[in-house]
Design a binder for this molecule. Sequence first.
Ligand SMILES: *Cc1c(COP(=O)(O)O)cnc(C)c1O
Length: 228
Amino acid sequence: MSILEKEHLRANLDEVIWNIEEARISVSEHHIVKLVTVAKYTSLENISTLYELGQRAFGENQVQQLKERMDALEKLPLEWHMIGSLQKNKINNLIDLRPTLMQSLDSLGLAEELNKKLEAKESKMNCLLQINAANETTKSGFTSEEAYDMYQTIKESCPNIKLKGVMTIGAHSEDTKQVQKSFETTHTLFEKLKKEGATYCSMGMSSDYALAIKCGSNLIRVGSALFK
Ligand SMILES: *Cc1c(COP(=O)(O)O)cnc(C)c1O
């Protein structure tokens, strides 16, 4: 990679980090936000450069791509997040990859299937419940109404799944108020789930991460803003 390309990536990362700082300080000095770089659009080379620039957590939305990248970069101490919908026939592959966090647990059926396969492999997985906060037909996930009970159900009936919180994708709308509402709904749920051990409220992508942080997000998933 040329020095110019590296400096370009550094400038984008600095801009994102600056925006995160501004948003999180407006919530509280003590509000810490984790940045997961969404690598799905980018090259291995850019991932290594981001590592040199200090970035450690990366996300992918496909098991196959996740595997290729983890294999190619296994010498680097990176953490990997699965953020895309998981097909049932890919569950065993994902378990073998031992991701740091699987953020897209989006149905009870998937949870049961995942738990069964984790049990068979004597393995555990940290997961977030995906919330379809604006009830969009185009999105998978639990409705905010059912999510609280489902969280308990999965905790009790799927002991190999370690639930760590919730994830949502902001409402698909030009109207900021609608997007904000979907974040607020998810954050309210997260607050209720804290006593059940929830620690992550994952919301915010390139177009809306500052808003998400102001609504209480403590984990953002940013891709295109870094690779523009
Ligand atoms: C692609 C993707 C992102 C990142 O999107 P950008 O808008 O490029 O930042 C975040 N979360 C999920 C679930 C994604 O699939």
